[in-house]
Design a protein around this ligand. Sequence first.
Ligand SMILES: [Fe+2]
Length: 356
Amino acid sequence: MAEILGIGLSHYPPLSGRDEDMAGLLRLALDDPAIPAAQKDPANWPELMCREWGSDEGRSAAAGHRAALVTRFEHARKALDEFAPDVVLIWGDDQYENFREDIIPPYSVQAYDDMEIRPWAQADHSSNMAGRANAWNEPADTTAFKVRGRRDIAKHLVTALLDRGIDIAYAYEPLHHPGLPHAFLNAILYLDYHRTGFDYPVIAFPINCYGRRVISYRGFASRLDDVRDLDPPSPQPARMMAVGAAVGQIMAESPWRVALVASSSWSHAFLCDKTYRLRPDTASDRYLYDRLAAGDVDAWRAVSVSDLEESGQQELLNWFPLLGAMDALGSPTPSWSEFVGTDVFNSNKVFAIYQP
Ligand SMILES: [Fe+2]
């Protein structure tokens, strides 16, 4: 049996920008006239939020948040290098990037060949880094990466999923987004934060996490009172766990060493109405984190799409196939995990490693 490594991480877009821009989403919310003034008054904020906001609107705290994230990415990269995978499969959201009005698959396998990635030139098509300076001061036309593909492994996976009765769409080329959308690209950029190179082949496995808000809100922020006609929902979390379980079993029966990566932050402030879009739903994130750390996969199986939507946890759907896979492989408890909480920087971030 081949060995499988599991990793959960974040693809938080502002980490690829500058510290002074990191609290940009909160600044946007504070400018939203539909959010009540009392909610926007720091006098009514929780202690953590006041401390992070400080006297410079979060600019100083951003350096600390960056350091906390970079340390965890270094840890994940070390685990990846020690494991030396033949391929890295990444579950990530497509935020109205590659998939748009002409088709929204619930999930799919991108069986791409090697590709040249121009992360900043292609950022126009990705969420919220368009036209911004990047953390590495790389010029806009940088070709930072050649990302290798393994179409043979992707085709094997699609074939084996179909054989098991799991219907799955696949593609050999991008549709609307050149290169890789942000959930995949940022995961690679951050695993290579120190720019030593990233030579592992990647299979992108996009999931329609934004569901009812994917076309209607283009998978992104809006004014609190901007009510639109919604799209159909995301696939159910329990279904994504079953898909992940099948992926884990197929890869474990394959000749390849496979790293399975869930790429997303947890509750997002800009999606969370119960906190007036000002901060993430940390209570819900903490509950699910404690269940994850305890290997309580059944608690995750009980989560519905509506639960995720109410807590602004749409992107957390990327983690369900990882938990499903690890459970199916008999290792539901991560060997290492950490919760990086924040009120000012849009989303809580969790990192986890499941050693084979
Ligand atoms: Fe995302």
